[in-house]
Design a protein around this ligand. Structure first.
Ligand code: AMP
Length: 117
């Protein structure tokens, strides 16, 4: 069983969050340190630590992350102008929380995909 993180407590509503969506498979809540006017994390309810741990049996859950991202982008009014989805993995990817999550960022032009260094 994967080690639990703060995200599991948010999913179970044991600690507060600004939750915008939840179903049987995924939960979405606003990032506590937003990097854009819209910055929402979409996480599988199952605590998959990183993309490296994603298994074939998780494919439906992982697909749900994207369809929910599109739904939330429409709700937030950023679908037409566009947005960015980011999944960090491991140390070089800058992943801080070991519970796989999709960042949904938008509400302003986001610039280049990566910092220049
Ligand atoms: P990552 O670097 O991809 O692992 O991103 C982790 C994200 O989780 C960061 O953007 C944090 O600001 C965010 N975060 C950490 N704790 C919380 C929390 N309690 N509620 C909402 N977002 C959080």
């Amino acid at each position: 069983m994967a080690q639990e993180t703060i995200f599991s407590k948010i999913i179970r509503k044991e600690i507060p969050s600004d939750m915008v969506y939840q179903d049987d498979w995924v939960t979405a809540f606003r990032d506590i340190h937003p990097l854009a006017p819209v910055h929402i994390l979409i996480v599988p309810n199952k605590p998959i630590p990183t993309v490296n741990d994603a298994a074939a049996e998780d494919e439906q859950i992982l697909g749900r992350l994207f369809t929910v991202a599109a739904k939330i982008a429409r709700q937030e009014g950023i679908a037409k102008d566009g947005y960015r989805l980011i999944v960090n993995c491991g140390e070089h990817g800058g992943q801080e929380v070991q519970h796989l999550h999709l960042h949904l960022l938008g509400g302003r032009p986001l610039g280049a995909m990566l910092a220049q260094k």
